[in-house]
Design a binder for this molecule. Structure first.
Ligand code: HEC
Length: 147
């Protein structure tokens, strides 16, 4: 196991000098993607995800036997609460688009995830959401913003 402090220090440096102490956690509220990245993810989302999860990522496509769940809103954020963005990205890469899991690269999935975060109005930042496991593991998805 890598020492947590070192990990956070590296992330702190990567995220534009934001100092992240051991007490704080980096979350999706801290500006972990860029507007340009979400723009790159948007056409991919529209092409590969929207026909099930719909344009505003609200989910609920009716013609499917299992309706696709919303990718925004309280159901989504409570489901992913306290899990890392690595878990979310891995789930997307492994299982989505449904029946075509494993077809997206981690970079494509990171760009799509940036769009999904923007869609939920989580703030953008100065540095792109990285596709790397080490980096994503230290960003936690939290339901409520930690003051
Ligand atoms: C053919 C329909 C379909 C397509 C296309 C599709 N999904 Fe899904 N998605 C589903 C269904 C159904 C579920 C719920 C069952 C499951 O998890 O397998 C789901 C679940 C998910 C979840 C987990 C949601 C949660 O709260 O657990 C995520 C994240 C997700 N999809 C993202 C995506 C992304 C990103 C794309 C595009 C790359 C995509 N999906 C494309 C049907 C689809």
């Amino acid at each position: 196991m890598r020492p947590m402090g070192l990990c956070l220090l590296i992330v702190g440096m990567v995220w534009g000098g934001v100092v992240v102490s051991a007490q704080q956690r980096l979350t999706q509220w801290d500006g972990v993607y860029t507007i340009a990245q979400a723009k790159r993810g948007e056409p991919l989302f529209m092409d590969k995800c929207a026909y099930c999860h719909r344009d505003e990522a609200t989910g609920g496509q009716q013609i499917l036997i299992t309706p696709a769940p919303p990718l925004s809103g309280p159901g989504f954020s409570s489901h992913w609460n306290d899990r890392s963005l690595e878990q979310l990205l891995t789930t997307i890469v492994a299982t989505m688009p449904q029946w075509e899991g494993g077809t997206l690269s981690r970079q494509e999935a990171a760009d799509i995830l940036a769009f999904i975060l923007q869609d939920s109005s989580y703030p953008p930042g100065a540095v792109e959401l990285p596709p790397d496991t080490d980096m994503l593991e230290v960003i936690t998805f939290t339901d409520a913003k930690i003051p």
